[in-house]
Design a protein around this ligand. Structure first.
Ligand code: GLA
Length: 394
C-alpha cells in the first residue's frame, strides 16, 4: 500500500517548514487466549504491520493541536495543556489527550504544547486495536518529543488506564501490551496476572496468517464487553465464597469442573468456563507452536472459536459465517475470531499456495449469506511502538 507523504501533509496542516519527528504503533492480532486477560489468564497476541503513524513538533506555547487524516470531518482539534479533561466534542483526540493527562498525573512534565498529526492504516472498529494503537503511538511520541524516559510496561499500563477510566471501556492489558512490546516475527505469551511474558517465534513454514475483516463494525463501548466482564467477576465472587483464588486464571479445567456448581447463575457459569478452558488452551497452543505442530495449534484455534461462540457468546452471525467458511476450505489449519468479537476480524492459518482460492471462496460464501464483502489482509508481524526514520516512511 502506498503511504501518503506524511511529512508534507504535516507541514501543510500546521503551516510550518520544520520537519516533524515520526512515530509508529502497530495494531495487533490475538492468535489465541480471548477474553482471558481481565480474568487473570494468558493471551498470545502479535503486533502487525498495519497501525498508527504519529508525527509531532513541540510548540513554544501551551497549546495542543491534533489532526487525524482518518477523521478529516472532525477538523483540527485544539486544547490547552492546562485542561486535558475528557471532552466529547474532541472525538478521537481524547485518546492522545488522555495519554498526556495520565502521564502528567504520573509526574512526567511537559514544558510546552505540541502539534500532532495522526494517520492510521488499520481499519477502525475491526478488532485490531486501533484505539490502543493510537494510545501507544501517543505514548511513544510524547516520550520522544519531550525527552522523557518512560518505562515501557508503565506506558502500557497507563494506556490501559486511559481506556478504562478516561474513555470508559473496561478492557484488559492485552492490546496495549502487544502493541507496546511487539517483536518482528514473534508472538507474545503474556501472563496477564503477573505480566511475565515470553516471545515465541511464529514459524509457520509454508503457511501465512490471513486476517479476514467481516466489515461488521463494533465499538467496545457500545458492545456487551463490559457485561461479559461483570459476569466473570460475579462468577469469581461466587467461587471465592468457598475457595481461596485470585482469578479464573488460577484454575485447571478439572478444578473448575469440580467447583463450578458454586457459580449460581447458569450463564455466568458458561462465561467462566470459557475463561478457564481458553486459558488452558492458550498454554497448550504455545507448546504446540514450539513443537512445530501447526495442525494441533490450528485445532486449538478452532476450539477457541467454538467456545467464544457457545459459552462466551461474543461472535455473532458475521464472524460465525466467515469462520465456518474458512474451516471448509482446503489448506486451512485453523480459524477463529480475534479481539473482542461482536463483529470485527477473524484470523486463519492458510497454506501459502491456497491463499487466492481461500479468499475467493470465503468471500463468495460470506457475500451470499451476509450481503456484502469481507476484506482480506496477509498479516505481517512487525515490531512494537517506536520512533521511525524518514526512510521507513517511504
Ligand atoms: C479487547 C480488549 C482486550 C481483550 C480482548 C478480548 O481487545 O481490549 O483487553 O479483553 O478484547 O480478548
Amino acid at each position: 500500500m502506498i503511504k501518503p507523504d506524511l511529512i508534507q501533509i504535516f507541514k501543510k496542516t500546521f503551516d510550518t517548514i520544520k520537519i516533524p519527528r515520526t512515530f509508529f504503533a502497530p495494531g495487533r492480532i490475538n492468535l489465541i487466549g480471548e477474553h482471558t486477560d481481565y480474568n487473570g489468564g494468558h493471551v498470545f497476541p502479535a503486533s502487525i504491520s498495519l497501525g498508527t503513524y504519529a508525527l509531532g513538533l513541540k510548540r513554544s506555547d501551551q497549546k495542543l493541536r491534533f489532526y487525524s487524516m482518518n477523521f478529516p470531518q472532525a477538523g483540527m482539534i485544539e486544547c490547552d495543556l492546562s485542561n486535558l479533561d475528557y471532552n466529547e466534542t474532541h472525538n478521537w483526540a481524547n485518546y492522545p489527550k488522555g495519554m498526556l493527562l495520565y502521564l502528567q498525573k504520573s509526574g512526567y512534565e511537559f514544558s510546552s504544547g505540541a502539534d500532532i498529526l495522526f494517520y492510521g492504516d488499520i481499519p477502525n472498529s475491526a478488532g485490531l486495536s486501533s484505539s490502543a494503537s493510537i494510545e501507544m503511538a501517543s505514548g511513544v511520541l510524547l516520550e520522544g518529543l519531550f525527552d522523557l524516559k518512560i518505562d515501557r510496561v508503565k506506558m502500557i499500563q497507563l494506556g490501559q488506564k486511559v481506556e478504562n477510566e478516561y474513555i470508559g471501556v473496561n478492557s484488559g492489558i492485552m492490546d496495549q501490551f502487544a502493541i507496546g512490546m511487539g517483536k518482528k516475527d514473534h508472538a507474545i505469551l503474556l501472563n496477564c496476572q503477573t505480566l511475565d511474558y515470553e516471545y515465541a517465534p511464529l514459524a509457520l513454514k509454508d503457511h501465512v496468517i490471513q486476517i479476514i475483516n467481516t466489515n461488521k463494525q463494533r465499538t467496545l463501548a457500545g458492545s456487551k464487553y463490559n457485561e461479559r466482564r461483570e459476569q466473570c467477576d460475579q462468577a469469581l465472587i461466587d467461587l471465592q465464597t468457598e475457595l481461596s483464588i485470585n482469578s479464573l486464571g488460577d484454575f485447571t479445567k478439572e478444578e473448575f469442573d469440580q467447583y463450578k456448581h458454586l457459580i449460581r447463575d447458569e450463564t455466568n457459569q458458561k462465561r467462566a468456563k470459557h475463561a478457564v478452558y481458553e486459558n488452558v488452551r492458550t498454554l497448550e497452543a504455545l507448546d504446540k507452536l514450539r513443537e512445530g505442530d501447526l495442525k494441533a495449534f490450528g485445532k486449538l484455534m478452532n476450539e477457541s472459536h467454538l467456545s467464544l461462540q457457545h459459552d462466551y457468546e461474543v461472535t455473532g452471525t458475521e464472524l460465525d459465517t466467515i469462520v465456518q467458511a474458512a474451516w471448509d476450505q482446503d489448506g486451512v489449519l485453523g480459524a477463529r475470531m480475534t479481539g473482542a468479537g461482536f463483529g470485527g476480524c477473524a484470523i486463519a492459518i492458510v497454506e501459502k499456495d491456497k491463499v487466492e482460492n481461500f479468499k475467493k471462496n470465503v468471500n463468495a460464501i460470506y457475500h451470499k449469506a451476509i450481503g456484502y464483502d469481507a476484506t482480506f489482509y496477509t498479516a505481517t508481524i512487525g515490531d512494537g511502538a517506536k520512533e521511525i526514520t524518514r526512510e521507513v516512511l517511504k
